[in-house]
Design a protein around this ligand. Structure first.
Ligand code: FES
Length: 66
């Protein structure tokens, strides 16, 4: 599952998103998401804006059977 941290760097926030192999997320670029940096669909109310889709290479880990 994607995780992220935000730190301040040179007076500006910097967010790092970590993905699992094969994971896909939508990152907000309208700055209106309540789940920022992840897109929550709020961009639908912001004309001309939409998310950035990011996909991590690789295959997701095999599901454990139990
Ligand atoms: S909510 Fe901002 S791009 Fe989707």
């Amino acid at each position: 599952m994607a995780s992220y941290t935000t730190e301040e760097r040179n007076g500006h926030p910097r967010t790092t998103v970590k993905l699992e192999p094969g994971e896909r997320v939508a990152l907000c670029r309208c700055f209106q998401s309540k789940k920022f940096p992840l897109c929550d669909g709020t961009h639908r109310d912001v004309p001309g804006k939409g998310p950035v889709i990011v996909e991590a290479p690789g295959e997701p880990p095999a599901a454990k059977e139990g």
